[in-house]
Design a binder for this molecule. Sequence first.
Ligand code: XUL
Ligand code: CO
Length: 436
Amino acid sequence: MHEYFPGVKKIEFEGKDSKNPLAFSYYNAKQIVGDKTMEEHLRFAVAYWHTFKSTGSDPFGSGVFERPWNKARTPMAIAKDTLAANFEFITKLGVPYYCFHDRDLAPEGATFSESIKNLQVITELAKDYQENTGKKLLWGTANLFSHRRYVHGAATNPDPHVTACAALQVRHAIDATKELGGENYVFWGGREGYETLLNTEMKREREQLAAFLHLCVDYARRIGFSGQFLIEPKPHEPTKHQYDFDSATVLGFLREFDLYDAFKINVEANHATLAGHSFEHDLAVCSSAGKLGSIDANMGDACLGWDTDQFPTDINTMTRAMLLVLEGGGLGRGGLNFDAKVRRPSLDTADLFYAHIGGMDTFARALLSARAIIEDGRLSEFRQQRYSGWDRDFGKSMLAGKESLESMEAKALERGEPEIPSGRQEMLENIIISYI
Ligand code: XUL
Ligand code: CO
């Protein structure tokens, strides 16, 4: 069989003193951290679209990556080569999962029937590769944003005919995900948003989106798909106003349209920061609602206002993220999908390995630091102490609905002006710093 990464052997853990750029310094899959191995905690996935289909194009120039798996003469031959490259890559990297859009896996055909057939053919091949390599699918999704038919949106399109095309695609993307044992199915609202209210009826579009999601949930239940449904928020890009702005907005939308129990959230770091939040903030919104489903692991650039989708290398941020993940009981059926791409000048296939190794080592360090911070206990003790009034006497009784404004006024009058303690932010930041 053709080898796409001939110079690369299985990436091994060599420890932090290793100078080998094709080795892990911190990610040691079988190392036990608390009650699980690193591999079980982190559940890494490779994103098919960035790693295999990204061309390095930007608004100022077309593709520059010359990937050997994208060279065959027909789109289906390219799809087969890409599949082989994917399984070679994730096996050598030692990552358990991958994620795809339907159109990453198989090309759009000349007709809908041909597109459906293309996806089914590649899905069957992917199933064989999975059986032979032991690799798994973290999630599948449908690309409802690249084709010309979706310029005005998919579910939120002013024409239900286009929404029917989107339904066709989602149906077969769910089938493919089920066939491959996918543990989740993701909805990212590609062009579900708008550019101007002059041509847009927001009320209708939000209702259309909800009705569409109900169809998807109904279908998945009928065919016995047991994976978890996730929505991935993003505030803007490609449209100016995306309906799924951030996690809090999505949770409100799900409640408004009776979809709350059917979905969890896939939080993407760079989407949270585009919304003006920290990655931690969006994780905390989901985790406090019991809705953290999975993570698209990447990061943006503080100097750039768009979705740069860089590999995560910021240990401070990722440590704080892993603290929230561990405190929330882990990723469950979700995982850490590297929705990240190498920079345009990173031309070689070796750069794909360096990028993932860096992301995996960053999260491994973040996991170890977060675990140590939890064991240290000072952060959680501080917070518990800070709110302890709410666990006692009238704080507790107010939360139980047993007080009134009058009875609370009586407490204030009885106790007089409160003593106000320090928030101790800098001291707490030092605890984090001491572990990273
Ligand atoms: C786009 C994005 C997507 C989703 C899957 O910003 O993050 O790749 O993760 O459609
Ligand atoms: Co994403």
